[in-house]
Design a protein. Structure first.
Length: 55
């Protein structure tokens, strides 16, 4: 029987990730990899996890 293993993915070494808060009718948290086109996500600021939640 063959083991069910997954080959680890190689991570890019030259990425630039930035975060921002856009204020408006609904405040949004934006996380973007600025080294790649269209690589971003947005979430309502009220729904975003804080740094202490990630630790």
């Amino acid at each position: 029987m063959q083991p069910d293993t997954v080959v680890p993915a190689e991570a890019a070494t030259s990425t630039n990730v930035m975060a921002s808060v856009e204020e408006g009718p609904v405040d949004q948290f934006i996380l973007a990899d600025i080294s790649t086109d269209d690589a971003y996500l947005t979430v309502r600021l009220a729904d975003a996890a804080s740094l202490s939640d990630w630790r």
